[in-house]
Design a protein around this ligand. Structure first.
Ligand code: ADP
Ligand code: MG
Length: 293
């Protein structure tokens, strides 16, 4: 290989807002045939907001918000920030929380105002023996079919409400998916979120292959499985729950707007946080190598 051409490639990358760890990265980029895109923070902005609150019969919305907000306040998850923020705004000062705990990819728990509060996925409530009334199950399903995330809130063994959280698809995501296909690459959406929400987002941006409800620790296995199928896999993520998957992929592309863990794990950093930069990176690598050969 001609070192000069490689360096020109990396210089052009910097102009496009693509930081390349080393010239050798360009070589692995060339063979990529599958691009796994993390949903939250990559295809979507990851900036969530609370858009609806559906309480079970007899429950008080302000109390639900206050207690759920208090527990979520202790978590750094984007969903948690949305709920805690809205709760502080609408329900006033949030009470103190003890015995806070996160169950990765499922939700949170803690004790507030003497109540053992749970907030998260249905699977978390099930695990703790909490039953969910039909009306809340219906509210949850409705939200999920609209591509939203339903956070169930429970205390003292009873589900009290569904908090509906919405994220927005980035304006350039659909174009990035279209351009990946034009380069002959197969896009795959990967997420810990529920299948219905994942499918709604995938349909909005034009992705057919969806792998949903994957626990953070299992994202690595998904990448390994795709590689075992003989696919050469690039992974685009923001490092929230997916840094190990970025490191496992043949090519890891880190959203520059994401975490330091992502930038460390990735082979390439996309400074702009725009999924179209992933396309630019792959195009640039191919062009640079074509110049060399
Ligand atoms: P993603 O793969 O989209 O980045 P995560 O693995 O972080 O998603 O989370 C998966 C799911 O777990 C979320 O969609 C949500 O339903 C639930 N969850 C995670 N953290 C929390 C939290 N702090 N509060 C409520 N629910 C949560
Ligand atoms: Mg994520």
């Amino acid at each position: 290989a001609t070192p000069t051409a490689l360096l020109v490639g990396t210089g052009r990358g910097a102009q496009l807002g693509i930081l390349i760890k080393g010239p050798e990265v360009l070589e692995s980029t060339r063979a990529v045939d599958t691009v796994v895109l993390d949903k939250t923070g990559t295809i979507t902005t990851g900036k969530m907001s609370l858009v609806d609150t559906r309480v079970a019969a007899g429950e008080d919305e302000t109390e639900v918000l206050r207690l759920a907000g208090a527990v979520e306040h202790a978590s750094g998850h984007p969903i948690a920030r949305a709920i805690a923020g809205a709760a502080a705004e609408r329900a006033g000062a949030l009470p103190a929380v003890t015995e806070f705990r996160t169950t990765e990819g499922l939700g949170v728990q803690g004790v507030a105002e003497g109540k053992a509060v749970l907030a998260g996925r249905a699977a978390l409530l099930e695990e703790r023996g909490v039953t969910v009334d039909d009306e809340l199950v219906k509210a949850k399903e409705e939200a999920e079919h609209q591509g939203r995330t339903a956070v169930l809130v429970a205390w003292d063994g009873r589900a009290r409400a569904v908090l509906v959280v919405a994220d927005t698809v980035k304006p350039t995501s659909a174009r990035a998916v279209r351009d990946l296909r034009a380069l002959g690459l197969e896009p795959v959406l990967l997420t810990g979120d529920n299948s219905a929400a994942a499918r709604a987002v995938a349909a909005e941006v034009g992705i057919d292959e969806v792998i949903a409800e994957v626990l953070p620790a299992d994202k690595v296995d998904v990448i390994a499985r795709l590689k075992a199928q003989g696919r050469v896999v690039a992974m685009v993520g923001d490092g929230v729950n997916d840094a190990a998957a970025l490191a496992t992929a043949d090519l890891g592309l880190a959203m520059g707007t994401g975490t330091d863990a992502a930038i460390e794990a990735g082979d390439l950093t996309l400074v702009r946080g725009d999924p179209c930069a992933a396309v630019d990176a792959i195009r640039l690598a191919r062009r640079t190598l074509a110049t060399i050969r």
